[in-house]
Design a protein around this ligand. Sequence first.
Ligand SMILES: Nc1ncnc2c1ncn2[C@@H]1O[C@H](COP(=O)(O)OP(=O)(O)OP(=O)(O)O)[C@@H](O)[C@H]1O
Ligand SMILES: O=C(CO)[C@H](O)[C@H](O)COP(=O)(O)O
Length: 318
Amino acid sequence: MSHRPIILGIVGDSAAGKTTLTRGIAQVLGLNNVTVICTDDYHRYDRRQRAEVGITALHPDCNYLDIMQQHLNLLRTGQPILKPIYSHKTGTFEPPEYVKPNKFVMVEGLLGYATRGARDCFDVKVYLAPPEWLRFKWKVKRDTMKRGYKEEEVLAELRKREPDSEQFIRPQRQYADVVVSFYPPEDASNEDYSRLNVRLVLRPTIPHPDLTEIFDQTAAKTMPAIRLGLDRDMGKPVDVLEVDSHATSNQVKELEKLLCSEIPDLLPYCSLDADRELGKITGTTGETLQSYPLALTQLLVAYHMLKATQLVSIGHYR
Ligand SMILES: Nc1ncnc2c1ncn2[C@@H]1O[C@H](COP(=O)(O)OP(=O)(O)OP(=O)(O)O)[C@@H](O)[C@H]1O
Ligand SMILES: O=C(CO)[C@H](O)[C@H](O)COP(=O)(O)O
């Protein structure tokens, strides 16, 4: 490896869509180039102990954040870690695994930005913030279909977790370079997961692609399907890029071209037809769907990872 690994954080509450987003980005960067870490592995207590202690997995005290931070520092300098493993299947810990960082390390989880030391390890910080009602739906569906819970159990757990979500998870939004919110268009039915729009808050904490063209088009047309505007997020000025689910393939390609013109390494992926993994979502009956808003979000994050590689190689980044 010519320089240190580039570290991406994908933080958000449970079932906010971290794994779904991560999958397509890993595809763009090349699966052989990527190491994916889930910080659920740093839980301090197993499921039975959590119930006994009366603590939720969202509480910092329920996680070895100090060890997580140490591991992030090691990965950032290209060193291997002996990572714990938490099994969602059994609710217990398994023997640790030896993990060597690849060119890109993607770290997804609940509390990645909870400490200053951990935050400093990331080159790109993403926070996922779907509307809470949509996250609840996703969590119920995922936990009943894949993690063996009953619907009433998931809803009771969500109620129990709310104070910790409010106190420890949601405040992390302020540290993100990009805040991602998928939301349904006004005319959609709640179950129609294939038709979500995306709102991307772009903070001026990292160099974003030059989207002036989109800004000009937004001013010239009424409600174009891809829009750029100015707003405030948690009190601070930000750019907001929105992509509607009804954006046409030509409109999407225009935005892809803007991203690719700055980062030629993205070129092979700048065709949704060529890369079927981009924007892929598993629907309610197990069928797979392709979402342009998700695909463009994944391309934008991949853009930032490749841009960080360039900046590190010319000594602009620590
Ligand atoms: N962009 C999206 N569009 C449609 N559905 C989505 C999207 N993101 C997530 N989902 C749905 O929400 C479910 C939970 O998403 P995912 O597993 O990615 O969340 P997570 O944040 O990784 O969860 P956890 O931290 O609890 O492991 C998925 O199974 C999927 O059904
Ligand atoms: O919020 C979560 C992140 O995925 C999990 O619910 C948390 O890791 C606890 O796991 P489990 O549901 O297996 O007890």
